[in-house]
Design a protein around this ligand. Structure first.
Ligand SMILES: *Cc1c(COP(=O)(O)O)cnc(C)c1O
Length: 330
């Protein structure tokens, strides 16, 4: 089926803004850095999951489901946006969250409560291992649950970012002298953002390098994130009849900035957050965009981009988590 055969339901406000980071670019003295503001998608403090959920929750409605289930970390931006989208559509939202209930819910978790999500704590697991049991339980109560995959990353979720690439091309064309990016840099973690951009580039004959900054360590004993990503791209290309033949070696996934692991803030993230705040008045988050921007800054300092090129940082959101990391950010 073609990418246009799948309906979406409007949850956000698009296109998101695209603009130059003038002061940060001058400070770093390398390429011109532009930013795509998916922190401003307009759903419940924004983020990249809005694009995926427009397709996923449309599918939930189309298949007659009356509740949704998804999983993530306690500070999951994906879970917060799913809870908000579900509230807007009148669907009950169940969240399976890693860890234990904290004494005080803060950041994304506080917002999950405001959207009246039903929260199920799952201890050590944050990637939805407990979902099958919950599905069974809800079905036994006569409910029709729709499972949104971890991070919203399956072929349907990826469609949001296939279309996002086209949105970017339209914006570039509307710049007076035209605008072309040598590279597009972003945080890559569950895969649909990366997958969608790779396939969107293919459809649009794009020229930019698609560079994902890996956020999370590979799980021991499981196959690598990169191979999962390659499979998601293969499945999406075949489902949407996209002529893509890239191999795993063609994927650009940078593993150099994982530091102490998922959600552990180090000096890389702290500096990136401070520079964006102080030079641009823009907030990054501690888990994803702080790390990805930290990687981009490091690559600029190492002169990995031509000084006369335009590089795009795709801001994928996450700001609510700042408040849950207050102790490590001051
Ligand atoms: C989920 C998320 C990402 C990663 O996107 P994936 O499509 O899961 O790879 C990046 N940044 C933020 C803020 C996120 O919430």
């Amino acid at each position: 089926m073609s990418i246009n055969a799948i309906d979406k339901i409007e949850l956000g406000v698009f296109p998101t803004p695209l603009h130059k980071l003038t002061r940060l670019s001058a400070h770093l003295g390398g390429p011109q850095i532009y930013i795509k503001r998916d922190d401003l998608t307009g759903l419940a403090l924004g983020g990249n999951k809005t694009r995926k959920l427009e397709y996923l929750l449309a599918d939930a409605l189309a298949t007659g489901c009356d509740c949704v289930i998804t999983a993530g970390a306690a500070q999951s931006n994906h879970c917060r946006q799913t809870a908000a989208g579900a509230a807007k559509l009148g669907l009950t939202c169940h969240l399976v969250l890693g860890g234990q209930a904290p004494d005080v819910a803060n950041g994304n978790l506080l917002l999950d409560h405001l959207f009246a999500a039903r929260i199920h704590w799952s201890g050590e697991k944050r990637k939805g291992e407990d979902i099958p049991a919950l599905v069974k339980q809800l079905r036994a109560q006569g409910k029709k649950p729709y499972v949104v995959p971890y991070g919203g990353s399956n072929t349907i979720g990826a469609l949001g970012f296939v279309h996002a690439y086209s949105e970017l091309m339209m914006q570039c064309a509307s710049f007076a002298q035209g605008l072309e990016f040598s590279d597009i840099v972003f945080a890559s973690s569950s895969g649909a953002t990366h997958c969608g951009l790779v396939l969107g580039k293919q459809i649009n004959n794009g020229k930019s390098n698609i560079i994902g900054i890996n956020i999370d360590k590979d799980e021991q004993g499981k196959d690598t994130y990169k191979s999962q990503l390659q499979r998601l791209i293969g499945r999406s290309a075949s489902q949407f009849a996209i002529d893509y033949s890239g191999s795993i070696e063609d994927l650009h996934l940078v593993d150099d900035y994982i530091g102490q692991g998922y959600g552990v803030v180090g000096s890389l993230e702290r500096e990136a957050i401070a520079l964006c705040a102080q030079y641009e008045g823009i907030l990054l988050d501690p888990v994803y965009t702080g790390r990805a921007m930290g990687g981009l800054i490091d690559m600029i300092r190492r002169k990995q981009f031509k000084a006369d090129s335009n590089v795009l940082f795709w801001h994928t959101g996450g700001a609510p988590a700042i408040f849950a990391y207050a102790d490590t950010l001051q």
